[in-house]
Design a protein around this ligand. Sequence first.
Ligand code: UDP
Length: 500
Amino acid sequence: MEATLCPKPHFVVIPWPATSHMIPIVDIGCLLAAHGAAVTIITTPSSSQLVQSRVDRAGQGSAGVTVTAIPFPGAEAGLPDGCERTDHIPSPDLVPNFFVATARFGEAVARHCRRLPTATAAHPRPSCVVAGMCHTWAHGVARELGAPCFIFHGFCAFALLCCEYLNTHRPHEAVGSPDELFDLPALPPFEFRFARRQLPIHFQPSSSIPEDRHRELREFELAVDGIVVNSFDELEHGSVSRLAAATGKAVLSVGPVSLCGAAAPPSLLDSRANSDDARLCMAWLDAKRADSVLYVSFGSAGRMPPAQLIQLGLALVSCPWPVLWVIKGADTLPDDVNEWLQRNTDGSGLPESQCLALRGWAPQVAILEHPAVGGFLTHCGWGSTLESVAAGVPMATWPFSAEQFLNEKLIVHVLGIGLSVGVTKPTESVLTGAKDGGGKADADVGMEQVKQALDMLMDGGADGEARKTKAKELKAKSKTALEHGGSSYMNLEKLIQFGA
Ligand code: UDP
């Protein structure tokens, strides 16, 4: 019998242009390639180098990945030159313009896909699209190609399940004030209560994103064929199957994808990390005892008002553990706050320094995996949370915004690998480029409150030991999930089948 030529599945992966979204979705592309698919990652010129360098060090997967840059029509939409990622947007007023530009970018992507050559063995016709959550046009592109479309939010399945519950039952609309607590029974028997102000932006009564845009985002969620999640089934306590039942869609958790680059040397683990800074902090960590260091970071953009930063700083410099503190937006802080930081922290990386402040981009995955790190004060962004899980590091939780209050519940109450600092309101943050250093807001969280949580995290007696043990167990499970036959491995295979 003559053998039939079975073309390789070809995935078109379109990251939403925000650094913390690009990191995992590019890793997903590399994992798909490692599982035998051809992968085209479509990005914009100013992000293509970032994407390519991440692909290059993914090892096994990188050979099957092509990075294609399509011009981003930012200027046409009134954005400044070079503004191609959400972290480039200079002011919240320009968020709607950014959405206009991404819609036009979508038209250019559609034209590009139409022009793709007829399938060859090396470049088969695209057979599945995986798109970042705000690229609502991706569904149309997929339909034109006759391919299924998957959405990637960057959220965990638990947070998506909570959002699905909110979308369907709308309990947040029955409250009288943004602080009134309401029940969100998305994952019984766990009981969760939230205030409306703790929910993602699309559940707030007013936001910088127009109402019709929210509707469009929801329509995209409803239209797609499936949801790809950077997580693993064992971490989600049944949220994956509940989400699949609630949405009627395939929900495939394929992570933790940060482990796909684990073989790379630490200085290369993150191309945005300045290699001097990376070497400095790894050498500083090398000089510390196992489990003795507290790592503090609030994601790719997390900044707090100056008054809040000082309260946090006072807690950090007074704690008995060595602290590695990543500070974002230091260039926009008022002079007196910067002077305080200069006096009280150390950027030299000398082995004896107690509080090492890193003002740039930290090689976070390598830091969390370093044996000296014993605890992580985090804003509960899902990328950071999962990287901490994969490294077996317990967390103190300080959610800022977005879905981070939801993630906090998973970390603290469902998984038992963290304790809450007790933050009840979103931490005011501003988009990059604002010159007031994050607003004039007072500190909601005092130094003592932070100190207490950090004491518990680093030296929490029996509870602390229980958190550490659970964190180590989940670390082992996260590795198994990606190994041959593990849950994430099998989900990647299922995703490949959608493109076959
Ligand atoms: N990250 C990093 N170095 C930094 C800050 C952030 O490597 O100095 C990475 C981090 O490892 C994670 C992502 O950026 O992969 C942040 O994603 P997360 O979802 O935690 O937070 P967000 O930036 O979306 O608030």
